[in-house]
Design a protein around this ligand. Structure first.
Ligand SMILES: NC(=O)c1ccc[n+]([C@@H]2O[C@H](COP(=O)([O-])OP(=O)(O)OC[C@H]3O[C@@H](n4cnc5c(N)ncnc54)[C@H](OP(=O)(O)O)[C@@H]3O)[C@@H](O)[C@H]2O)c1
Length: 431
């Protein structure tokens, strides 16, 4: 009988423990599905004394990466440490030594994915990263394999559970951003330092991975425009509801003639769009392919067992590929295509400003929009402010970002306008 395939695990934190549990508890069924026996031979950690949430033979734990990289019997490395370094160096070294690699590390794949994919191909081994986007949601494999017959036209994703939780609480309970963030931290949904989530950086990393795969092009983080949710106010949420929209932090990639666009920002989406009803820490990725039409993938975007489920699926894939000598089944083309600067992006806008409540004000604002070719689809002017400035809200027709910026620059110079409080892009008109 063939000896068990030896796996080396790097990291035994949230996801590492989840993977370990799944591989232990479902061992028999996973072996049958993989077509081979396997065992976790070694686990790299920082602290050998730390209590672990799973029962583990302490002899399997090590603090030396060499115990895994230099063991020729370990043929599959599962990287679940997180962060760019030393995770990236360890993945490189594992691939160089002809080991298959499974990772959930969005930072490494977003920064170095193209190089790692080329290296894996040249070494004849697999590099799988289903857990890096959307936690337990299968999305990498569907894009890479199930949808290869399509030209993917568009991806729109809620790929950060922390920000979706905050926006959901703000919308449903009318609590301010800072209070919703505190709730998220108390429940363990947000880090003590929530900047990467709140500022859109985490979602931008995930968009790099999704857009690169969907458009088969090496998109870099520098090419993704991103904005966070810290400027979204209860006033904006209330106007969105009044107008029939929901505000979500969306990661958006669209194929354009001769190129692509990739951006992350708070977005008004119509309530009837499937992404509008994705609430709390749930994630969802909406994909439009030329043949298949519209699809939505929905589920838990983080957590030990959901992410562990995605990693376990990658491990089974690697084991099956190894068994039949058919690694790297799906060819990746990686043709460079230009990514549009955000100034060129065309979209609709929601604008909330405060202006004096007197005759002729609207005409001045409309003239400033008109001078830059921005046309208004709808408008709300609320109440009489007596001597106070009143809020005025506009939804525009589709316009280039540079035109919008130019019109807002004009409006900000008008004496009757006190401030431009919010500018949020509008997306998601269903065909
Ligand atoms: N958490 C989620 O829900 C989730 C969802 C999707 C993807 N991911 C991704 O999964 C990966 C792991 O995340 P996690 O939440 O499981 O992280 P975590 O809980 O912080 O666990 C990290 C593990 O790696 C070990 N480690 C870190 N740096 C090390 C080093 N230099 N040398 C040796 N061991 C080291 C730690 O050892 P000690 O235990 O000894 O400290 C710990 O066991 C990340 O790439 C993350 O982005 C996480």
């Amino acid at each position: 009988m063939e000896r068990p395939v030896k796996l080396g695990l790097l990291g035994l934190g949230t996801v590492g423990s989840g993977v370990y549990r799944i591989l232990q508890e479902n061992h028999e069924i996973i072996c049958k599905r993989a077509g081979t026996e396997f065992e976790i031979a070694k686990i790299l950690v920082r602290d050998l004394q730390k209590p672990r949430g799973v029962e583990i033979d302490p002899r399997k734990l090590t603090t030396s990466i060499a115990d895994i990289l230099e063991d020729p019997e370990i043929s599959v490395v599962i990287e679940l440490m997180g962060g760019l370094e030393p995770a990236y160096q360890y993945i490189l070294a594992a691939l160089e030594r002809g080991k298959h690699v499974v990772t959930a590390n969005k930072a490494v794949i977003a920064a170095h994915g193209a190089r790692l994919i080329r290296l894996a191909a040249s070494k004849g081994v697999d590099l799988c990263y289903e857990g890096s986007v959307g936690g337990g949601i299968p999305i990498i494999k569907p894009i890479r394999e199930s949808l290869v017959g399509n030209r993917i036209e568009e991806i729109m994703g809620i790929v950060n559970g922390t920000t979706n939780y905050i926006l959901t609480r703000m919308t449903q309970e009318k609590i301010a951003f800072s209070d919703a963030l505190k709730q998220a931290q108390a429940l363990g949904y947000a880090e003590a330092d929530p900047a990467a989530d709140i500022e859109g950086y985490d979602a931008a990393n995930k968009l790099v991975i999704l857009a690169s795969l969907a458009f088969q092009t090496p998109i870099s983080l520098q090419q993704v425009y991103y904005e966070g949710i810290d400027q979204v106010t209860l006033e904006d949420i209330s106007f969105a509801q009044h107008l029939g929209y929901t505000i979500k932090l969306l990661a958006i990639a669209k194929r354009k003639p001769g190129g692509a666009e990739a951006r992350v920002h708070p977005t008004f989406i119509p309530n009837e769009h499937p992404l509008a009803s994705v609430n709390g820490v749930f994630n969802a990725v909406f994909v439009r392919g030329d043949a298949v039409g519209e699809l939505m993938f929905y589920g838990r975007g983080a957590g030990d067992l959901p992410t562990g489920s995605a990693v376990a699926a990658d491990i089974v894939d690697v084991l099956r590929n190894r068994l039949c000598g058919s690694h790297h089944r799906v060819e990746t083309l990686w043709q460079p295509i230009p990514v549009e600067p955000v100034e060129n992006v065309r979209t609709r806008y929601y604008i909330r400003l405060h202006a004096e409540d007197k005759p002729g004000v609207l005409a001045q604002i409309a003239a400033s929009f008109g001078a830059e070719g921005v046309s208004i689809e709808s408008m709300i002017q609320q109440g009489r402010g007596q001597d106070q400035p009143v809020p005025i809200v506009f939804i525009t027709h589709e316009v280039e970002e540079r035109q919008m910026r130019a019109s807002l620059a004009r409006i900000s110079t008008l004496a009757v306008v006190k401030d431009i409080a919010s500018v949020i892009r509008v997306e998601g008109v269903m065909s």
